[in-house]
Design a protein around this ligand. Structure first.
Ligand code: UDP
Length: 330
């Protein structure tokens, strides 16, 4: 297939680009590089452009005879979404609607959309099945939920074939060690802990230890980015006219913030100092996936189950790229 990867220069996008290219698809990356990295994209595949630029998108969809779109281009930080909701509604909702309209105009109807566990809010039942009522507790989660609804409606009314993949916590780096996680500023737990192991930060701040969990810190389900990429490939194959899928992607195992730090200590052999701080606004106590539907529907099983294996791939990337992609530019 000819596939347009919107946001393919970002973390999950770039790993999916690698996999799709390796499996014989013709891939084009569309990205404004506001948060993505030129060096994360295979040479000759990058088209720079804005998500909101409907005219340009229509042109590209037609010119490249695109069969399917994967849409990764979103702002995805809970804390930032609480501080700057306008940014989130503008990009994640308004600009994404421009993409859907561009697809409609160009007659492209297959789409795989990056959704999130943040659409659930703080569910009572853990692990979380897809049937859980979606009640986001932050703007980020709301923006993703709006697009899930739009896709359902576009599928019903216009015959779009959609798969919304609800990621839990994307983690790790490509097995080659050539691409990985690089956000600026970095806000995610594993990169921050590994940067501390590298001596780039004096300590890790643990955001709250008064949550109703065994050790008082938040529990998340860390899913390897290559496993996410694999699920995208499988979902793409399943999409048909009018189909509309929502799938959780996680390991089904929860790790507390303290457990993640311990795993990083074991993998790196560094002490990694911590300081306990207050809770971060918008963080639910516990999010763990029930991913049985993805197993049933996609035949997908995560290859990385042990948190240490996930951390090892991230450590491989961070050690060889201590300044992220900037390391490769000098
Ligand atoms: N976290 C933390 N210290 C940090 C960064 C994150 O304690 O410096 C916690 C955060 O509160 C959450 C978990 O680590 O419970 C994962 O956060 P991350 O930002 O990596 O992903 P999110 O769950 O927000 O998508």
């Amino acid at each position: 297939m000819n596939i347009l990867i919107i946001g393919g220069a970002g973390y999950v996008g770039s790993h999916t680009v690698r996999l799709l290219s390796a499996t014989g698809h013709q891939v084009w990356v569309y990205d404004n590089l506001s948060r993505g990295h030129r060096l994360a994209v295979p040479q000759g595949t990058l088209i720079e452009g804005e998500l909101a630029d409907r005219r340009k998108l229509v042109e590209i969809l037609r010119e490249k005879s695109i069969d399917a779109v994967m849409h990764f281009a979103a702002f995805a930080l809970v804390g930032e979404s609480v501080q700057q909701p306008a940014l989130y509604y503008q990009n994640n909702v308004v600009a994404t609607l421009e993409l859907l309209e561009a697809m409609r105009e160009a007659g492209v109807w297959r789409i795989v959309f990056s959704s999130t566990t943040a659409t659930y809010g703080q569910p009572k039942l853990i692990p979380i099945p897809e049937t859980t009522i979606q009640q986001p507790i932050n703007p980020y989660g709301f923006t993703k939920l709006v697009i899930e609804h739009a896709l359902t409606d576009y599928s019903h009314a216009y015959g779009f074939g959609c798969a919304a993949l609800r990621y839990f916590n994307a983690a790790g780096a490509h097995s080659s060690g050539e691409i990985g996680e690089d956000h600026n500023p970095e806000s995610h737990l594993i990169p921050i802990v590994l940067q501390t192991a590298l001596g780039q930060r004096p300590y890790v701040t643990v955001f709250g230890e008064d949550y109703p969990t065994a050790d008082g810190t938040c529990i998340r389900d860390y899913i390897h980015v290559d496993d996410l990429a694999d699920a995208h490939l499988r979902a793409l194959k399943l999409i048909e006219r009018g189909s509309n899928l929502q799938l959780n992607l996680g390991t089904g195992r929860g790790q507390s913030v303290r457990a993640v730090i311990e795993a990083c200590r074991r993998v790196t052999g560094h002490a990694i100092p911590i300081v306990v701080g207050p809770r971060r606004e918008g963080d639910p106590a516990e999010l763990v996936a029930d991913s049985r539907k993805a197993l049933d529907v996609l035949g997908w099983t995560p290859q990385y189950i042990d948190i240490e294996d996930v951390v090892r791939t991230a450590w491989n990337w961070h050690r060889s790229h201590p300044r992220g992609y900037a390391t490769s530019q000098v």
